[in-house]
Design a protein around this ligand. Structure first.
Ligand code: FAD
Ligand code: PHB
Length: 391
């Protein structure tokens, strides 16, 4: 098989890149190691910045998102037994849209199917080759048969544990990492959300987050220990713990029900520089990770893909490599800003046993400043709603 672009990974990055390239008349194939159902079964992000909504619209896959997505003009911060609203619309004139990553992925998969674009699912031993030369290939096995895709470029959209970044010689790559000493235990349930907006709670017992997927489906998280096992958390134990970490009004209104998904995610910050190695370009979690507190992971991934799709379209339509040459640099500026915001917000909202009572006092003082200073609230709001794609 021969294509212009071989995409490794059918998560949101790979699927969105496929859709944008199709719009630009660039032909691409996607190779994914899992099944489509497995990819759809992973419950992850829920908050979309304007940049993500715009790119999905550009790709022609935003109809359901625009009809069903919930526009949120602010969030609430809960601490010291009370809630304080950060009004995005008043502070920045912007909002975010609550629509699950699973639904974004489903819409992209349907559009791909409808356009008869090829995705090879359940591909084993996927590997990129020859990207430092002019004739790269991607090899894989399907049903025991070996295949080779010849291409001009390889897009590594295969997430944090993927093969693309791992195939780059270590001397060509610089990585930066921080592992947090806790995780998030998440529960999805068919119950109405406790409040119309997201609640981020800083509590003595640990962080909690009340989020949602719709007015009938809620997503909640509590900070947990890295030693915790999902199986050891009954639904009742989860709801009790969540209730304890909310203000009294929220605790009293919380509607509980059986969990339809329950999982633990470790928290980490990670960046690999650069993001281009000859004809291999990394995008999304393949190049970086943020703790989910700032709701940036998916939005950073779509922004990378926005730059990459434009750069590849320019390469073919205008015979210009300016976009490819500046790809890393453009993405990394935005990535480091999101890394900083996610690191700061994580530090402000979680319980860090090692920082002791002094650390708790510092958090309380910073939260007090944050909700009483227009400049500080505006900085939070600007970072949360995100930046436009420049250029
Ligand atoms: P992924 O979604 O990881 O997709 C990569 C794809 O590549 C996968 O389908 C994988 O199967 C495939 N793949 C991997 N290796 C290979 C291979 N060798 N060959 C072929 N295919 C391969 N962000 C938020 O904003 N909010 C959240 O609440 C949130 N929660 C998260 C929870 C977890 C457990 C994780 C892991 C991430 C979470 N994120 C969250 C981050 C967000 O979901 C990611 O940033 C987003 O999924 C990135 O999309 P991606 O397409 O780059 O990578
Ligand atoms: C979610 O709804 O899953 C979600 C929302 C906001 C975050 C993280 C996760 O910061």
């Amino acid at each position: 098989m021969r294509v212009q672009v071989a995409i490794i990974g059918a998560g949101p990055s790979g699927l969105l890149l496929g859709a944008l390239l199709h719009k630009a008349g660039v032909d691409a194939v996607i190779v994914e190691q899992r099944s489509a159902d497995y990819v759809l079964g992973r419950i992850r992000a829920g908050v979309l910045e304007k940049v993500t909504v715009d790119l999905l619209q550009e790709a022609g896959v935003a109809d359901r998102l625009l009809a069903e997505g919930l526009v949120h003009d602010g969030i609430e911060l809960s601490f010291g037994g009370a809630r304080h609203r950060i009004d995005f619309e008043a502070l920045t004139g912007k909002h975010v849209t609550v629509y699950g990553q699973t639904e974004v992925t489903r819409d992209l998969m349907h559009a791909r199917e409808a356009a008869c674009l090829q995705t090879i699912y359940e591909a084993a031993d996927v590997a990129p080759h020859g990207f430092d030369g002019t004739h790269p290939t991607v090899t894989y096995r399907k049903d025991g048969v070996a295949h080779t895709i010849a291409c001009d470029f390889i897009a590594g959209c295969d997430g944090y544990h993927g093969i693309s970044r791992a195939s780059v010689p270590p001397a060509s790559l610089k990585t930066y990492e921080r592992i947090y000493p806790f995780g998030w235990l998440g529960v999805l349930s068919d119950t109405p959300p406790v409040s119309p907006e997201l609640i981020y709670s800083n509590h003595e017992r640990g962080f909690a987050l009340c989020s949602m997927r719709s007015m009938t489906r809620s997503r909640y998280y509590v900070q947990c220990s890295l030693d915790d096992k999902v199986e050891a958390w009954s639904d009742d134990a989860f709801w009790d713990e969540l209730r304890r970490r909310l203000d009294r009004a929220a605790a009293e209104t919380l509607v509980t029900g059986p969990s339809i998904e329950k999982s633990i995610a470790p928290l980490g910050s990670f960046v690999a520089e650069p993001m281009r190695f000859g004809r291999l370009l990394l995008a999304g979690d393949a190049a970086h990770r943020v703790p989910p507190t700032g709701a940036k992971g998916l939005n950073l991934a779509t922004a990378d893909v926005g730059y990459l799709a434009r750069a590849l379209a320019e390469h073919y339509a205008e015979r210009s490599d300016a976009g490819l040459d500046t790809y890393s640099q453009r993405c990394l500026r935005r990535i480091w800003r999101a890394e900083r915001f996610s690191w700061w917000f994580t530090g402000l909202m979680h319980r860090f046993p090692e920082t002791g009572e002094f650390g708790r006092k510092m958090q309380a003082a910073e939260l007090d400043y944050l909700v009483n200073s227009t400049a500080a609230s505006t900085a939070l709001a600007e970072n949360y709603v995100g930046l436009p794609l420049e250029g």
